[in-house]
Design a protein around this ligand. Structure first.
Ligand code: HEM
Ligand code: HEM
Length: 187
């Protein structure tokens, strides 16, 4: 039976769909972002920026919906028998990940306004600029955007290494992998 909400041993199908779709989107977003960093100004770069902005606002919208689902509607699986240290570190890493995937799109939006560009939520709704164009601040904003994305990459790499450690090294003895995986096969 499909579990929409979380149970004692699963985050539930909705949380899993949010988690894995966001993971894919973030790989795309970081890869396009880092490519942009290394590209000369060109029509191809302009096209990349349009898709980058579209997916950036999609990331933001999905994270907001995910957090609403997580804290208002969903029930959480319990951490059973897991060492306190694992629990604290993983909660801290999840908190930082959420913080970065909320802040980076907001910062990308502010940066776009500094450059005099427009931002459309999901390519549809124009967000009225809240700040004025400022070409002097723009290069610093771009640098902040770039380094925040690198920090995000470092933290989510740490998260992936921890997930793979649970899955392959300790054979998922705390059931951490299983509760976010789609497959129910035994590890
Ligand atoms: C989690 C989401 C995002 C990530 C990981 C991300 C990452 C990056 C990275 C690494 C760059 C390259 C920076 C450089 O050239 O030094 C970049 C460029 C850019 N980002 Fe984002 N970004 C995200 C969301 C957004 C959003 C929501 C917007 C605006 C709506 C945005 C607007 C831009 C623009 C306009 C550039 C190109 C700047 C240029 O080269 O002229 N980004 N992004
Ligand atoms: C291939 C990439 C990824 C793998 C293998 C993976 C694996 C996992 C696993 C196994 C869990 C369950 C941990 C637990 O219940 O304590 C989890 C939870 C979580 N993951 Fe990932 N993850 C990946 C990518 C990402 C990315 C890119 C993010 C960035 C936002 C992320 C954010 C989270 C968060 C916040 C949780 C806590 C549960 C929640 O709030 O929904 N993950 N991940």
């Amino acid at each position: 039976m499909v579990e929409f909400k979380g149970t004692k041993s699963s985050w539930g199908i909705i949380a899993k769909l949010f988690h894995w779709s966001l993971a894919l989107l973030l790989f795309w977003q970081v890869a396009t972002g880092i490519s942009l960093h290394n590209m000369e100004f060109s029509p191809i770069k302009m096209g990349f920026i349009i898709t980058h902005k579209f997916f950036g606002t999609l990331v933001f919208s999905l994270v907001v919906l995910r957090l609403i689902w997580k804290y208002i509607f969903n029930t959480h699986p319990k951490y059973e028998n897991i060492p306190l240290f694992h629990k604290l570190v993983s909660n801290l890493v999840h908190f930082i990940l959420y913080g970065l995937v909320i802040l980076i799109p907001i910062q990308g939006t502010l940066m776009t306004w500094l450059e005099g560009g427009d931002v459309y939520l999901l390519g549809l709704i124009k967000i009225p600029p809240l700040i004025e164009e400022n070409f002097i601040l723009y290069p610093d904003a771009l640098t902040i955007h770039y380094y925040s994305a690198l920090i995000l990459t470092a933290i989510f790499s740490l998260h992936i290494v921890a997930a793979l450690y649970h899955r392959f090294m300790i054979k998922d003895k705390y059931g951490v992998w299983k509760r976010m995986a789609f497959s129910r096969t035994k590890v």
